[in-house]
Ligand binder design. Structure first.
Ligand SMILES: Cc1cc2nc3c(=O)[nH]c(=O)nc-3n(C[C@H](O)[C@H](O)[C@H](O)COP(=O)(O)O)c2cc1C
Length: 319
């Protein structure tokens, strides 16, 4: 790929924008209640007049009808991509500047047009320790007056492996938490990731999730969003800080405004084992997972959640 103005580079960016749009629209459709499909089609496919962000010609009635059929089967991306490609062939200079707000509601019913800023807490946890920390983070974030949603990063291990790991019950307990799609992140003003440390890095599940964000990266959808993380590890020096710092690198690539925990009692407490550090909140689970997060650990998670909400309110990136 050449420099920013070369035809190759422009072509590359254009292709990725198409892909991102297809991905975002599909994500939205999958998460939208079926009764809102008609409304959705009107908004996305008919160049709604009161939407100043839409600059692309509407599709023909034939394409719209075909899109509707696909929408009902949750396979809209190809149709949308074809339509965008046809538009671009006819008018190569058409800017692809759809705004995220154009896609309406996210998986949790988060309304992109809502007045309150909103933050997303993304959880991956095998045995629920990070879930307990995530709940404390949600509590802290809520005190700052923003909308807070908790979603799960999808599991990638087969059930038999989860069973061998003795994590079946935990999986059942967490099953009611809605599963996130990568596009969800674009709908929020701030992001907090919660995951266990695995050998000093985030678990593969988190990495797999972030490896699907090429489209978001290309479109800059996460740029300027405040983001932070909390972790757990079985031992007190089991790689918490490294896992946080390693994950922060991914957030930097997305242009996020990355931060950790400010100094406070959640870090300075010296009356027992605890996990918090300036790089983020953390808890120590013990070798058998026997330790629940301590009050100090939870207070760090609350402080991190609250900080995220405060920063997200100031830097608001959604409408
Ligand atoms: C593949 C794997 C690697 C792990 N590596 C470490 C490690 O390097 N240091 C450590 O203290 N704990 C390690 N652990 C333990 C996890 O950090 C621990 O199970 C987790 O923090 C529990 O949190 P959860 O209940 O939210 O899943 C590892 C666990 C797994 C499954």
């Amino acid at each position: 790929m050449g420099g920013p103005d070369t035809p190759e580079n422009k072509d590359y960016i254009q292709k990725h924008k198409l892909w991102t749009l297809g991905e975002l629209i599909t994500m939205h459709v999958i998460q939208t209640q079926p009764q809102s499909l008609d409304e959705f089609i009107v908004k996305i496919l008919t160049n709604e007049k009161d939407n100043p962000t839409t600059t692309i010609d509407p599709p023909s009635a034939e394409i719209a009808a075909s899109a509707k059929a696909y929408l009902q089967e949750h396979r809209v991306a190809f149709v949308i991509e074809d339509w965008l490609r046809a538009v671009l062939e006819a008018k190569p200079d058409t800017p692809l500047d759809f705004s995220i707000a154009h896609f309406g509601k996210g998986s949790n019913g988060a309304d992109a047009g809502a007045k309150r800023p909103k933050v997303l807490v993304l959880l991956y946890s095998t045995y629920c320790h990070c879930w307990a920390m995530a709940k404390a983070a949600v509590e802290g974030a809520t005190t700052a007056g923003v909308q807070v949603d908790l979603m799960r990063i999808p599991e990638t291990l087969p059930p038999e492996v989860i069973s061998k790991m003795g994590a079946e019950n935990a999986a059942v307990q967490m099953a009611s938490i809605p599963t996130a799609s990568v596009g969800d992140m674009a709908l929020y003003d701030g992001l907090l990731f919660c995951f266990p440390a695995h050998f000093g890095v985030p678990p593969a599940q988190v990495q797999t999730f972030m490896d699907q964000t090429g489209g978001l990266w290309m479109s800059g959808a996460l740029t300027g969003k405040p983001a932070c993380a909390l972790v757990s590890a079985e031992s007190q020096h089991g790689g918490q800080e490294l896992a946080l710092l390693n994950f922060h690198k991914t957030l930097y690539h997305h242009g996020c405004i990355v931060f950790g925990l400010p100094s406070g009692p959640w870090i300075q407490a010296d009356d027992g084992v605890h996990g918090n550090s300036p790089y983020g909140a953390s808890t120590v689970t013990g070798i058998q997972g026997e330790r629940d997060p301590s009050e100090v650990d939870l207070s760090g998670a609350r402080a991190l959640g609250q900080r995220l909400s405060q920063v997200a309110s100031k830097l608001r990136t959604t409408n």
